[in-house]
Write a protein that binds this ligand. Sequence first.
Ligand SMILES: Cc1cc2nc3c(=O)[nH]c(=O)nc-3n(C[C@H](O)[C@H](O)[C@H](O)COP(=O)(O)OP(=O)(O)OC[C@H]3O[C@@H](n4cnc5c(N)ncnc54)[C@H](O)[C@@H]3O)c2cc1C
Length: 408
Amino acid sequence: MKNKYDILIVGGGLVGQVTALACAKLDGLTIALADGRDVLSDKNGGTDGRASALSASSLRFLNRLELILSDHLQPMRDMLITDGGIGEDPVWRLHFGPDASDSDVAKMIENRHLYVALRDALKAADQIDIIGPGHVSDITHTTSGVFARIGTKDITAQLLIAADGSKSGIRNRAGITTDGREYGQRALVTSIAHSLPHDGLALQRFLPGGPLAVLPLTGQRSQLVWSDKSAAIEAALAISEADFMAELTLRIGDHLGDLSLDAPRQSYPLHLQLAQDYIATRLVLVGDAAHVIHPLAGQGLNLGLRDAATLHDVLKKALLTGRDIGGAVLREYAAWRRSDVTALATATDGLSYIFGAPKTVLGRPFSKALGHVRRLGLSAVNDSAAVKGLIMREAAGDIGEFPEFLKK
Ligand SMILES: Cc1cc2nc3c(=O)[nH]c(=O)nc-3n(C[C@H](O)[C@H](O)[C@H](O)COP(=O)(O)OP(=O)(O)OC[C@H]3O[C@@H](n4cnc5c(N)ncnc54)[C@H](O)[C@@H]3O)c2cc1C
């Protein structure tokens, strides 16, 4: 195995792997992908109990990378959003079919299936060498290249891509700081089996402790993403399956019939974290290393995929014009990504604030203004075909300027 590459990607999570495959579409580039875990192992990703709502544009991208996903994709045809307590009526319904073509709706996939498809594609990609498993220790950035020690190997590259997740050691070593806030919440994720079909319905309830989403998976199964104060989630992890299902039925009702657990319960801490900069000398941040947002809109991975697609375009332009792939072209990447990420992070943070505030304190409205925003916001959306259309296009990822891989 060589030790000199054009691109070194550290972090073989979903975003790092997709970035490697996207860069491999650029003729002649050599790519090394390093992770502390064994990226090519059958067990890779098997412990990630999350599922992702992939926008239509993200699906086009993964399709163009020739990932085989179709058996595991479940279209989301209906979205039902309710504000407030148990037993309250739905206030908002968004229907994507039957006129919406299958290629225009977002689809759910369990992350474990994404990992399998990515592993198979990586195995077939001659331009990509997998380094490790090994953690990255020493890194030196100079104007002529990047030098990194991974396990016992020394690697040099023209460009280092940090895809090493929210705690990114590479970002920290490069002195890039982050802004954000802790939500004081965790998200409990698991999948449930049910006796009645979901008909492609995605349900989102804004409960007093945080949003609870029930998202359709293949078969008679749904993914649960239940955000609440950390102590409440710890308690929900500890109770028996029967008690857990009883608590869940109280919150979502009985429209899915009898419920049972289909996977172990896991939980993730929730915070907003945005890197102050997305680039440094010969360095680019992608995925959670660059931005972590609240999962209530299911957009974190979609953002990471847009990072990968944008970087592909910027590097392609550099190659076509004979410019250094680790040089000034990276500024274009940073500018392009910042506007997209900031818009989405602001929207999801705003939603979590508006719907996270209590409706009443001691029987009186907590905030009249917030109450109006909640009511007006949801009912205006419900009544407006134009706004609904906009949201549907946002869910499809069809808003804004597109990198090549995401275009229709
Ligand atoms: C509850 C929940 C639900 C979500 N639902 C959705 C959804 O529906 N749709 C959506 O779009 N997004 C969703 N997201 C967001 C999405 O899951 C993340 O944005 C995405 O998984 C981030 O991937 P990543 O590859 O950037 O980071 P990670 O998955 O964290 O990968 C980082 C990788 O870097 C490796 N690494 C770290 N440090 C080193 C080192 N020093 N050396 C070598 N390797 C290293 C790690 O081993 C790991 O493999 C959700 C998030 C949560 C918490």
